[in-house]
Design a binder for this molecule. Structure first.
Ligand code: COA
Length: 272
């Protein structure tokens, strides 16, 4: 755990909040009146917050959450669709701007956790699925209502959905646009853990603090290697897997880890 002062900041006119608590970067989608629906400004603010937390050496893990108790993110802000996404051409420009932020998140070098309370829909599901893991409150609801709106959910979003829940559940969710509750989401592998509402934040922060106290290079090795496992064989960057493995074995932290074990004390990792 790192002893850093809380640093708060906001983007997108306060609709994206950024904070650091004990080595944990926290990004809050803060548009509760619209169930935290994502405008383009919010996508860009999300990207800015991700970039700052990525570049802050005191931050070892990033948690995403929605403001209020009703939603994580209810999807893209549909009120912007008429102006910004009314046909294929407009949609391409819209998608390019939001996809750039999702690409940044998809390749994020630090571990990420989605802390989900309430509605997690459409683009909110995409953010949640791009996170390394999802912890949800019992009252949450999950769905991708693209078929109810007449829009196509993109390749990357569906790739993640299929890898988490398999093709049949992906089809059931996509063809019907249905919403499922936390219990079902847990059962099909969409989320990793479900907790009573009152325990959600404490349990999420406990996982985040555990991660931030572990060896950063070893976590990076796991993150990089799992990302390669999920790629098609011909697209895998096995050199990256080898390089991070070498970096771990030659690291000060590996020495610290084995010394701390032998001395029966808690290791102090530095990420090098
Ligand atoms: N985009 C824009 N506005 C949204 C929104 C979205 N994705 N989701 C919710 N809102 C707005 C509603 O229009 C409403 O605004 P109003 O108070 O000005 O009328 C407000 O948020 C509260 O929503 P409401 O529907 O009254 O709340 P609810 O608790 O009954 O239902 C949802 C919440 C999220 C289930 C429902 O609003 C909904 O289905 N939203 C659309 C979800 C969606 O299709 N997402 C995919 C987009 S690609």
């Amino acid at each position: 755990m790192l002893d850093t002062p809380n640093k708060q900041k906001s983007h997108a006119d306060g609709k994206i909040l950024q904070e650091i608590i004990e080595g944990v970067g926290i990004i809050t989608f803060n548009n509760p009146d619209k169930r935290n629906a994502m405008s383009l400004d919010m996508w860009e603010g999300f990207g800015a917050a991700l970039t700052e937390l990525r570049d802050d050496p005191n931050v070892r893990v990033v948690v995403l959450k929605g403001a209020g108790d009703k939603a994580f993110v209810s999807g893209a802000d549909i009120s912007q669709f008429e102006k910004e996404r009314h046909n294929a051409e407009a949609s391409e420009e819209y998608s390019k701007r939001s996809a750039a932020q999702r690409a940044l998140f998809a390749d994020y070098p630090k571990p990420t956790i989605a802390c989900i309370r309430g509605f997690c829909l459409g683009g909110g599901m995409q953010v949640a699925m791009l996170s390394d893991m999802r912890i949800a409150a019992e009252n949450s609801q999950f769905g991708i209502p693209a078929a109810k709106l007449g829009i196509a959910y993109g390749f990357d979003g569906l790739k993640h959905l299929v890898s988490l829940v398999g093709p049949s559940w992906a089809r059931l969710l996509m063809y019907t646009g249905m919403r499922i509750d936390s219990r079902e989401a847990l059962r099909i592998g969409l989320v990793e853990r479900v907790l009573p509402d009152s325990e959600l934040w404490g349990a999420t922060m406990e996982i985040a603090r555990t991660i931030s106290g572990n060896a950063p290079l070893a976590i990076q090795a796991a993150k990089i290697t799992i990302a390669q496992v999920l790629k098609d064989a011909h697209e895998r960057d096995m050199a990256a897997v080898k390089n991070i493995g070498t970096a771990c074995m030659d690291s000060e932290d590996f020495r610290e880890g084995r010394q701390a074990f032998m001395e029966k004390r808690k290791p102090q990792f530095k990420g090098r």
